[in-house]
Write a protein that binds this ligand. Sequence first.
Ligand SMILES: [Zn+2]
Length: 201
Amino acid sequence: MYPKEIQDLVDAFSQFPSIGPKTAQRFVFYLLRRNSNGLEQFVTQLRNLKHIVPCSVCGNFSTQKLCPVCSDAKRDKSLVTVVSEPQDLMAIEGIGEYKGMYHILGGLIDTTKNISPQSLRIKQLLKRLEDPQVKELIFALDATMEGESTTLYIINIIKKVPKLSKQIKLTKIARGLPLGAEIEYADEVTLSDALKSRKII
Ligand SMILES: [Zn+2]
């Protein structure tokens, strides 16, 4: 119905999370109304995403080998908070109270979606724990079945290594978060309380 150039972009936007074909069409029509400068700017912004790489330590979005958190000498290296995605890190950073480090798993174990422990950054996490500076591992995964089973999976590995379980306190953020809650969407007060009143596991 549309020229191929338009239809291709509608199809591309339709693949975005929670974007249907109607919204995808609106995006393309909006872009068509922009002048060529505006369009060029958008293309540049898209192209710049290619410069984003995962931080070599925590897996956060970064333009350097180390992300701003990992390269900040003032951060407390004894605390490492385990999160699922960079958005969760952003949510916790948004509170402005936590001064420790992070480890991003890149997802949660989910057999229905074929996400296995091997496809997450668990091996990298265990490697980081060999650093004797690490004293506490805080699990801040979603309050969902996938979040719980991922936490359990990692805890079981650590508890089997006497050296690690002696060196590192394992904690989980408190369940001020309602069941099923995703860290990314938790409000700041809830998230702050959940982090402060964490429980030993
Ligand atoms: Zn980092």
